[in-house]
Write a protein that binds this ligand. Sequence first.
Ligand SMILES: C[S@@+](CC[C@H](N)C(=O)[O-])C[C@H]1O[C@@H](n2cnc3c(N)ncnc32)[C@H](O)[C@@H]1O
Length: 217
Amino acid sequence: MPETQFTPAAGRFLPTSAYDRLLALLTREATWRAKLLEALAPQPGECILDVGCGTGSFAIRVKQSEPNARIVGIDPDPEARSIAAAKAQAAGVEIEWLPGFAHDAANFGQFDKVVSSLVFHQVPIEEKRAGLAAMFKATKLGGLVLVADYAEQRSWLMRQAFKIVQSADGRTNTQPNADGFMERELMRICGKPLDAVWGLDTPTGRISIFSAIRANR
Ligand SMILES: C[S@@+](CC[C@H](N)C(=O)[O-])C[C@H]1O[C@@H](n2cnc3c(N)ncnc32)[C@H](O)[C@@H]1O
């Protein structure tokens, strides 16, 4: 996939305008987003970057829960960013929505916390590597990196469920996640095993949350 291309939020066959409804229907969204927000624990004055912010649902929640934090959302898709901007305006919150890929994350400055949700399962393997590395680079030393995504699908049932996502986003990009790529790459970056701090079986596969502190190296 050339650097300027990306899989859009709702996959290859459905419009981005359908994404929010699909997500609510197929991912037990309220449960995992609440857990991700709890793990992020935004504080007044913090700068937080949402990588692959899509239609903005998570970034808006973060800002609503901590109005005195600065929130920046990056995504390569102008349509997703424009939906996000309209939702933020309707919610009365100010968020910076900027064009960018995960591998660009470190070009936006240094953040106290860098988060990403449901992005890495749908990007090529080189971008999984470059994007995760850039998320760590964009995080201040001692800051928090949080990733929520479909990672290793350990049970037969969750592997079957994940096929729904694979048919929408393509097998080439999604299969490495099902086979444990995220766990291995996060272990490589952090220099130690990084088990998911939380996981949820959903109708479209297991969603895991990984949490890491950017270490002094
Ligand atoms: C499934 S959506 C998730 C959106 C949002 N994070 C959420 O939790 O609802 C995936 C998003 O990743 C974006 N995306 C695709 N390739 C990307 C890349 N290489 N870097 C950053 N974002 C990417 C898509 O445009 C899309 O908005």
